[in-house]
Design a protein. Sequence first.
Lengths: 264, 152
Amino acid sequence: MYRFKYQKAASVAEAASLLDGAEDGVYLAGGMTLIPTLKARLASPTDVIDLGAIDGMADISVGDTVRIGALARHAEVAASAAVRGAIPALADLAGLIGDAHVRNRGTLGGSVANSDPAADYPAAVLALNAVVHTDRRTIAADDFFKGLFETALEPGEIVKSLAFQIPRRAGYAKFPNPASRYAIVGVMVADFGAEVRVGVTGAGACAFRSAELERALAGGLAAEALADVTIPYDGFNSDIHASAEYRGHLVAVMAQRAVAAAIG
Amino acid sequence: MEVTLTVNGTAHALDVPDNMLLVEVLRERLRLTGTHVGCDTSQCGACVVHMDGRAVKSCTVLAGQADGADVTTIEGIGAPDDLHPMQAAFRECHALQCGFCTPGMIMAAIDLVNTSEQLDEQAVREGLEGNLCRCTGYHNIVRAVLAARDAM
């Protein structure tokens, strides 16, 4: 690791002020992506500002929406009876991220702010039409993910919590890379009655909604409705793990499995 | 940077570089070399310790993040003549060959048993996804964890 100055913020305002005063600062949440990135010398910030000690940013509450603090760890979301009661598929998704030790450190806010193309949570943010609450404003799910590791967040903006809409039913299915457990493709299907939303991760530069799948499921959740769907894979990720064409195929298969999981 | 942390029941106040990792604090400052560095890329799990009771990869935690934490390493769970039930089960079931992954496996397995309501073979295999072993083929490790589950 290159040298940097480490500081722990006690509040969101203090974190923002520390970043403002840094030459090239970066926020640290759970660190499950940032610390390996620093160790590989792929980033060289002058200042690392740890958000981990900020009080009240890991709360989980269920009302009209499922509201989860940005510092809630994946293991906490996976084990939350409140989340499981309202949106079982969201608790399931959290329990599939990485491995147990990663889930004990990694956070919801860190995951969505990073917009890793293979992260799990972005599929849920889109399918569950979440609202991202920051220290400056609210951002709708459809406006949040902009590209590879790119979001609508402005420099220095901090994610405080996410509010997920509660669907009638939802399901998540993931084809994990067997080594890293990242999603080669992950699909969340959420049935809101009047609308079915489908969030896809792993396939493109960032998570996206699939118009083809949403159209096919508009008449209701049924695995048969997806039998003839083909997913255009132009522009999909292609690497040693999976070609773009294979990822396109996996999107349809994971969607069928997600529907099956949602139907129960 | 000053950090204070409790390791295996003993409080320490240490002056460390801002970019020091928890595993470096444990191995290089406190000479607790039972915690291993395997891949150093957050994948293999050889460096797993307990931080405030939960299994974490100590190669992916900054010393500053561990400030104020209660850390338990493989040295803190048993003694040669008084093994932890998980250590005893690993010995009994022949759950190690070269032994490199064993400290991380044992710390991960203890957290798994402590936090699982129902732990069957499949759950053990899934629970140890973050720990790689290149010798045993995992079968005896799974047997050991299931044996320790009943003993703990």
